[in-house]
Design a protein around this ligand. Structure first.
Ligand code: FMN
Length: 232
């Protein structure tokens, strides 16, 4: 099995977020499975230019590393979506990647896979940012195993020391079991509201959102309220 870690920190493997995710992925490695780490700030990930071709089901005109990263998400069994808090939210680099993933967020392909969201900060905004990343995971179709928010006021040392790392390991152990046993996790309430929002948006803009409309229609989701039909 393969776990993909997408980390939005410019500190990449040397950062606080990487230190925390390293603990989280230990059980995955110990189980003998593969871990692939990607640092979007070290990749060619350019911002969305809003041509909306992806919504129509056409390829993005920007040729950079985003399509390859999406292919890696499809090829992996699980995802850790992680990043530091920058001004109460994710880094610009991670946000650019998420913006460029809009079609995927509209068409939740990652069903049957599992995800964990991670955010680190110096003391403000980590819960909200972890929640935001967790919501993105659910919108992508992942079963959300959990979210982890950590405070590192001193560089590379979490405020609550070992307790945070121990929590990360426990969550990592659950991620291994969730993936092996194909566990299902209930979607959060916010997700139902987003489903209704997307359904209405896609129905009202069916010409512009041609690709989304076809995807939702095929699955019978345009007629359903929450929860939709099928494995989502
Ligand atoms: C531009 C910038 C903005 C930041 N904004 C916040 C913030 O709003 N709240 C906070 O608690 N920490 C903030 N921080 C601190 C980082 O979130 C924190 O040091 C984080 O653990 C860094 O993780 P990394 O080493 O993986 O990049 C900011 C840091 C930078 C460089």
């Amino acid at each position: 099995m393969r776990l993909l870690v997408i980390n939005g920190s410019p500190h990449a493997a040397e950062g606080n977020t990487a230190a925390l995710t390293a603990e989280l992925v230990k059980p995955w490695r110990e189980a003998g499975d593969e871990v692939v780490e990607r640092y979007v700030a070290r990749m060619d990930v350019r911002p969305c230019v809003a041509r909306a071709l992806c919504l129509a089901g056409e390829p993005c005109p920007i040729k950079d590393d985003v399509a390859a990263l999406h292919a890696e998400m499809r090829a992996a069994d699980a995802l850790v979506l992680a990043g530091p808090v920058y001004v109460f939210s994710v880094t610009a680099q991670l946000k650019a990647f998420l913006d460029r993933s809009m079609a995927l967020l509209h068409r939740p392909e990652m069903t049957g896979k599992h995800a964990v969201a991670v955010a680190t900060s110096a003391g403000m905004g980590e819960q909200e940012t972890a929640r935001y990343l967790a919501t993105c995971c659910e919108m992508l179709g992942y079963d959300l195993v959990g979210e982890l928010a950590g405070v590192f006021m001193v560089y590379s040392r979490p405020n609550d020391g070992e307790a945070l790392f121990a929590k990360a390991r426990r969550l990592g152990e659950e991620l291994v079991l969730a993936a092996r046993e194909k566990r299902k996790y209930p979607k959060l309430g916010l997700h139902a509201a987003q489903h209704r929002f997307l359904r209405d948006l896609i129905q009202r803009n069916r010409k512009l959102f041609k690709g989304d409309h076809a995807y939702w229609q095929e699955r019978g989701w345009l007629e359903t309220r929450w929860p939709p039909k099928g494995d989502y």
